[in-house]
Write a protein that binds this ligand. Structure first.
Ligand code: GGG
Length: 327
């Protein structure tokens, strides 16, 4: 069976780490057809459009999509691409790896981020020269869909048995109130234990003692920001993968952005993108291959070579070759 994979590198270091992940996947004995498409700042400059219709259509029809990074045009690229795969949850594991100099080496978190609404709904207005507004949308249906995913995830897992709902319902009473109440009610109905923490308190508590948290279910912006914060605890954004899951297809991308300061220098850490590709393998049913890729990345992180963000002097290509050698 051939799997059609859309490959959309995007901008900046997305153009370096995405081919690295494709190279790793090509080294496996699986029949992939990779179809590359453009999106982002560079294509907008050329054509006026950040996300060409054929790129959107490809993501909406491929078995899975590998995305790289979005820069200035993130709102016009990554949000519609997530919509193309109807992805209602962004799964972001944030864990420390042996051998990596982490602020909190005991960190092992899994963020389940609402992926369709909140402040990322795109309802922004400039009312006057000096006043702009943003409408935050929270619906029961999107909160329910996320909660059902979280409950199924915990119920099917040997490792997790509850989750923490992170919100700010004491201030955003209507929106986060609806989010919190809906997620809790679905979990109660399904007999899944939950607790809840205000998002500002979570930010402090996770830095002081990350072990008190495990699976974290949160609204869109909170999930984006708090998972980046968790990246700081484990050694940087070069280590965090993610999966945008929909009912029939999914899109896999590193948590990091385009990193314009190092783009084009062949020094970007490809680990987050390669681990995202391992998540894609698991999603497509290749559990053994997924575990092998994860193990090869872990061994490479532990023993090197390492890119400069992790204190080494290796290139993106060196690290990719080392991962492939270990497969
Ligand atoms: N690969 C992730 C990426 O491009 N991040 C840049 C960004 O602005 N992300 C916003 C988001 O993940 O919602």
């Amino acid at each position: 069976m051939t799997h059609e994979i859309a490959v959309i590198p995007g901008d900046g270091i997305g153009k370096e780490v995405t081919p690295a992940a494709v190279e790793v996947l090509e080294s496996l004995d699986i029949d992939f057809e990779f179809i590359e498409a453009e999106a982002g700042d560079a294509v907008k400059e050329e054509t006026g459009e950040a996300l060409p219709q054929e790129t959107y259509d490809l993501a909406a029809s491929a078995d899975a999509t590998l995305f790289g990074a979005a820069g200035e045009t993130a709102a016009d690229v990554i949000l519609p691409l997530r919509e193309a795969v109807d992805s209602f949850v962004n799964v972001r594991p944030a864990k420390a790896y042996p051998g990596i100099d982490a602020v909190r080496p005991e960190t092992d978190l899994l963020f389940l981020r609402e992926n369709t609404e909140g402040v990322y709904s795109g309802h922004e207005d400039r009312l006057t020269d000096d006043v702009s507004t943003l409408t935050r949308v929270v619906t029961e249906s999107a909160s329910e869909r996320l909660a059902e995913f979280a409950c199924d995830f915990v119920a099917d897992s040997d490792k997790h048995d509850s989750f923490t709902i992170v919100h700010k319902a004491n201030v955003m009473r209507e929106t986060d109130g609806l989010f919190r109440d809906t997620v809790k009610s679905v979990a109660d109905e399904q007999g899944i234990e939950t607790d809840e923490v205000l998002m500002d308190a979570f930010a402090t508590r996770v830095c002081l003692d990350p072990e008190q948290f495990d699976v974290v279910v949160c609204p869109n912006l909170a999930g984006d920001v708090l998972s980046d914060l968790a990246a700081g605890l484990v050694g940087g954004l070069g280590l965090l993968p993610s999966a945008n899951i929909g009912p029939e297809r999914a899109l896999f991308e590193p948590v990091h952005g385009t990193a314009p300061d190092i783009a084009g220098e062949n020094v970007a850490n490809p680990a987050a993108k390669i681990i995202s590709a391992a998540m894609m393998l698991e999603y497509l049913g290749y559990e053994e291959e997924s575990e092998a890729v994860n193990a090869a990345v872990e061994a490479t992180l532990a023993d090197g070579p390492r890119t400069p963000d992790l204190g080494g002097d290796a290139s993106t290509e060196d690290v990719t070759a080392a991962v492939i050698d270990r497969l």
